[in-house]
Design a binder for this molecule. Structure first.
Ligand code: 3PG
Length: 251
């Protein structure tokens, strides 16, 4: 029997989603459409009667701005918001900034699929002295430099996301708070893999569209009872397919 409910959402369309560029830890804002997706997500949650006591998000503005949009549309401006680098997108290494379709033309779709979706093969790494390395970003000045990634596989992403799930989010759930989590494609895939007990092969084909809330219901032991998206199956499939196809070569 379900006792707890947690709502998750991926941020709305970012400028680099729109330009189809690998983003990772690059801190890009939302497009007009992305802000609209956040508003619509909030309206949907309000219509369905969801209420929240606390929210968790990353330190990247596309997630924070999406959360703000949802809090605005649901009239939840008052709740505490916890931000952590552990909920950031997977670090995309030296691919950050490159166009996904052009990278597929250059290196082949198979190679890019490995970089995007293989479980434990990380994309090429940023050089240690690359000015884009997170150790040069003051947002991360309180994180030990040795803990900051220069690239990440999904496996490495899971290793830094799950401690936050257990220590910060689960404790809120167990206190009986209604929790909202706004994060990123691959930090959410990390939690989904764990929560649905998906194998390393199963998670490869699992894609999360932008801006659509999804719900997990848990029993008193935080075992998943059911999980579902708040849109129709058909639209969901189409939106997931879009994400899967981002690194197809252009015709
Ligand atoms: C990115 O970081 O580029 C996206 O947010 C997620 O990208 P992916 O679907 O290519 O892993």
């Amino acid at each position: 029997e379900a006792k707890y409910k947690v709502v998750f959402a991926r941020h709305g369309q970012s400028q680099w989603n729109k330009e189809n560029r690998f983003t990772g830890w690059y801190d890009v804002g939302l497009t007009e459409q992305g802000r609209e997706e956040a508003r619509v997500a909030g309206e949907l949650l309000k219509e369905k009667g969801f209420q929240f006591d606390v929210a968790h998000t990353s330190v990247l503005k596309r997630a924070i701005l999406t959360l703000n949009g949802i809090l605005d549309a649901t009239d939840h401006h008052h709740i505490p918001v916890q931000k952590s680098w552990r909920l950031n997108e997977r670090h995309y290494g030296a691919l950050q900034g490159l166009n996904k379709a052009e990278t597929a033309e250059k290196h082949g779709e198979d190679k890019v699929h490995i970089w995007r979706r293989s479980f434990d093969i990380p994309p090429p790494s940023l050089e240690d002295d690359d000015e884009r390395h997170p150790k040069f970003d003051r947002k991360y000045s309180l994180v030990p430099k040795t803990a900051l990634p220069s690239t990440e596989s999904l496996k490495l992403t899971i290793d830094r996301v799950l401690p936050y799930w257990f220590d910060n989010i689960c404790s809120d759930i167990l206190e009986g708070k209604n929790v909202l989590v706004v994060a990123h494609g691959n930090s959410l895939r990390s939690m989904v893999k764990y929560l649905n007990n998906l194998s390393d092969e199963e998670i490869v084909g699992y894609n999360i569209p932008t801006g659509i809330p999804f719900v997990y219901e848990f029993d008193e032991d935080l075992k998943v009872v059911r999980n579902y998206y708040l849109i129709e199956e058909e639209e969901l499939k189409a939106r997931q397919e879009e994400v899967a196809n981002q690194a197809k070569k252009k015709e």
